[in-house]
Design a protein around this ligand. Structure first.
Ligand code: 5GP
Length: 171
């Protein structure tokens, strides 16, 4: 039987995202940026974050393969390429979580090869204790312990993404 324990409720998530949006607006200070949403998990975070931002954004998507069930494969495959030309543009990657760091390391290298003017990274959650590779992240919503989470974009075998809160999935 699957059992959900709420870790971050809707109000907490939304209020932290408002703070991040303000910080991002202050940093970009009127620039026009490209937001790269990492499908599928970061879709909810990207929508709420960009709606709260005043910075003019163009939206693009990438898709990478990550987890198989609840275990990291450690192997990253790019499933969907960027659509926009990001050369000489200010790019913000929006990702749901940094765990081992492999996904963001891969994406950072992929994007840097396309010569953006600048690259920053925003993640909603950070499981710091699981890190395998060092990656600098510019905006972090919440640091969480090493627990498998679902809801607000996070899935378990592609279900639970549409919960408005983030919960720990207990078996
Ligand atoms: P990393 O490459 O940093 O190890 O992992 C990043 C990816 O792992 C995320 O994009 C996300 O898809 C997945 N991931 C890591 N922890 C969790 C979790 O607790 N729940 C879910 N649903 N996915 C996770």
């Amino acid at each position: 039987m699957l059992n959900l324990e709420v870790m971050l409720d809707e109000e907490k998530i939304q209020s932290r995202i408002s703070e991040l949006a303000k910080e991002i607006d202050e940093d970009y200070n009127g620039k026009n940026i490209i937001v790269v949403c990492v499908l599928r998990g970061a879709i909810y975070f990207t929508v709420d974050l960009t709606k709260k931002m005043k910075t003019q954004t163009e939206l693009d998507f990438v898709k990478v393969s990550s987890y198989d069930g609840t275990e990291s494969t450690g192997r990253i495959d790019l499933k969907l390429e960027l659509n926009e030309n990001i050369e000489n543009r200010d790019v913000l990657i929006v990702e749901d979580i940094i765990d081992t760091g492999y996904t963001l390391k891969f994406l950072k290298e992929y994007i840097m090869k396309k010569n953006p003017k600048s690259l920053k990274i925003a993640v909603l959650l950070d499981k710091e204790e699981r890190r395998k590779v060092q990656i600098d992240v510019d905006y972090i919503g919440f640091k969480i312990p090493n627990k498998y989470v679902v809801g607000y974009g996070f899935d378990y075998n592609n279900t639970y993404r549409n919960l408005p809160y983030i919960a720990n999935l207990k078996s």
